[in-house]
Design a protein around this ligand. Sequence first.
Ligand SMILES: [Zn+2]
Ligand SMILES: [Zn+2]
Length: 192
Amino acid sequence: MEMKRWGTRWKWERSKEVTVFALDSKVEQEKSAVVEELEGVLKEFSIPIDVVDGNLKRGGDVALIQTLLDSSIKDNEIDYNEFERELLNVREEGRLPYGLVVPVEKDKHKFYYPPGQKEQAIFGIGVPDGLLILRHTHREAVRHEFGHMLGLGKHHEECVMDYRCITPVFCSQCKRQIEQMWQEEIYKGRYK
Ligand SMILES: [Zn+2]
Ligand SMILES: [Zn+2]
């Protein structure tokens, strides 16, 4: 998975928005907890990005996101690389410019791994160019995947970035990394 390049802004960041969509009623119940968790991380680092309920505020995009998800699924497995490629395509047309968060029903979906891929996504996937797909929505998993979206790349123990998603806490090194990667936004948010 690609790391956030130092000094480079990912396109979705310009929207200053992370948007959460629930595509069926079961995950709809988990949506507000996901929104809260994402807001908590942003607040923790004073990153001025809004978390938006997509079904409420961006209802016109629901059908397109459903199409992206459907077209990335084969045999109940989500090919998230395919999802990401399609997302980047529609963003070229100016659509879905925000950081996109899609919880999916864990009993219905697994992730597809290309043969030979070592790390397997169980709880969800998060990529720094603005996509989170969550199979699990407990806070450790949401914070972990969001950590990837904010630019953290490496898994390690004693941190929320442990691949097992067993603690909600960002270690001091990850904290520092986020603060450095986002320093411009954090500064602007504080002194605008
Ligand atoms: Zn991870
Ligand atoms: Zn860490």
